[in-house]
Design a binder for this molecule. Structure first.
Ligand code: NAI
Ligand code: MG
Length: 357
């Protein structure tokens, strides 16, 4: 397969971790006979320094032409005095919008090798955690109209509107069912259908989509219960699909139970199946340039790219297996050292994964 990929290494630890993720990608392509074309572009602080803008037009054009985009991280203290649209983070928001990314996939995976770093009870996490939160990203209460503040009869009001149309629900539901087909074939749709009208539509449309996927088991859960169940027994879930607001909260909750920000990848997809793949952590200015960063979140983001944008399941699994092997052998970057092991730097961690492939 030919893969045309744009790399946006960005700032801070972004370039270091991108380098390791790319080495892994190249090794997989080699091993499985794929052809990867890589183009590097600027985003964030480095783009501001070079062009005055966090998201140069050249970057947007290249990303739109690519089959998939990989992003390291953006931002850092150097640009903290800039405001609003001129900040590095504006580049990230901009590219998400330009690419029409409506689905955010955040796996909360705890490798059993790291289970002692998790604060949940040992008997709950001894086999690790593996949950995928699929969050709708472009609709719901963050964007619904009307929204605003006004004074009526001398009293101040503030309001937002949670609105979804059936097309928006259908496409995020399909994304979740497609993801479930590549996993344990279970989808839990999270809503507040006991109170919210918009949730009743959500639920009805998800049921319709479920009919297209007879192999996948669908359940529904109210969001308040889901928040509780995620920490009580995370492994009852395979794929969780939900709207923008509920997904914002639940994906952070799911991430924190796994313990380390340096381990978690993410994917954001658009309707053409292309997407942006990035670790969930930021640019970690405190450790940037010191060969201390954990490259595994980035390496695992490459695995998500292969699985979700290119449907290369064997290749994605090979990367995840190699990561697990390295962890089982006891190699750790500083952020995952809590249970001891052999301390290695960013480069060595990347090399080890490449070798185990
Ligand atoms: P951060 O995720 O960069 O760092 C938080 C803590 O986690 C730090 O102590 C850092 O050293 C550690 N950490 C993060 N990634 C790690 C890794 N791969 N290996 C080992 N340790 C790691 O979040 P923070 O400090 O809030 O933000 C720093 C900068 O990053 C800010 O400018 C922020 O705006 C930006 N940021 C960018 C994001 C992105 O590009 N998607 C996301 C979050 C923050
Ligand atoms: Mg959030």
């Amino acid at each position: 397969m030919d893969m045309n990929i744009v790399l946006l290494p960005g700032d801070g630890i972004g370039p270091e971790i991108t380098e390791q993720a790319v080495a892994v990608l190249k090794k997989v392509a080699d091993k499985f006979g794929h052809n990867v074309t890589l183009t590097e572009e600027l985003i964030g602080g480095c783009a501001i320094d070079a062009t005055g803008k966090p998201l140069p037009q050249e970057t947007v054009d290249a990303c739109k032409k690519a089959d998939a985009v990989f992003l390291g991280a953006v931002g850092g203290p150097k640009w903290d005095n800039l405001d609003g649209a001129t900040r590095p983070e504006a580049g990230l928001l901009g590219i998400r919008k330009e690419l029409g990314l409506f689905a955010n996939l955040r796996p909360a995976k705890l490798f059993p090798e790291l289970s002692s770093a998790c604060f949940l009870r040992p008997d709950i996490v001894e086999n690790g955690i593996d949950v995928m939160v699929v969050r709708e990203l472009t609709g719901g209460i963050y964007f619904g109209q009307p929204q605003g503040q006004e004074v009526r009869d001398g009293i101040r009001y503030g309001y937002n509107t949670m609105v979804y149309n059936e097309d928006e629900v259908r496409r995020i539901a399909r994304t979740a069912f497609e993801a479930a087909m590549k996993r344990d074939k279970r989808v839990c749709s999270v809503d507040k259908a006991n109170v919210l009208e918009v949730s009743r539509l959500w639920r009805a449309v998800v049921e319709e989509v479920a009919a297209e996927y007879p192999e996948v088991e669908l359940s529904h859960m109210y969001v308040d219960n889901a928040a509780m169940q995620l920490v009580r027994d995370p492994n009852q879930f395979d794929v969780v699909v939900t709207g923008n607001l509920f997904g914002d909260i639940l994906s952070d909750e799911a991430a924190v139970i796994t313990g380390s920000i340096g381990m978690l990848p993410s994917a954001s997809l658009n309707k053409s199946g292309s997407g942006l793949f990035e670790p969930i952590h930021g640019s970690a200015p405190d450790i940037a340039g010191q060969n201390k960063a954990n490259p595994l979140a980035s390496i695992l983001s490459m695995a998500m790219m292969l699985r979700h944008s290119f449907n290369l399941i064997k290749e994605a699994n090979a990367i995840e297996d190699a990561v697990q092997k390295v962890l089982r052998e006891g190699y750790r970057t500083g952020d995952i050292m809590s249970d001891g092991g052999t301390l290695v730097g960013c480069n060595t961690m990347g090399n080890l994964v490449v070798e185990r492939l």
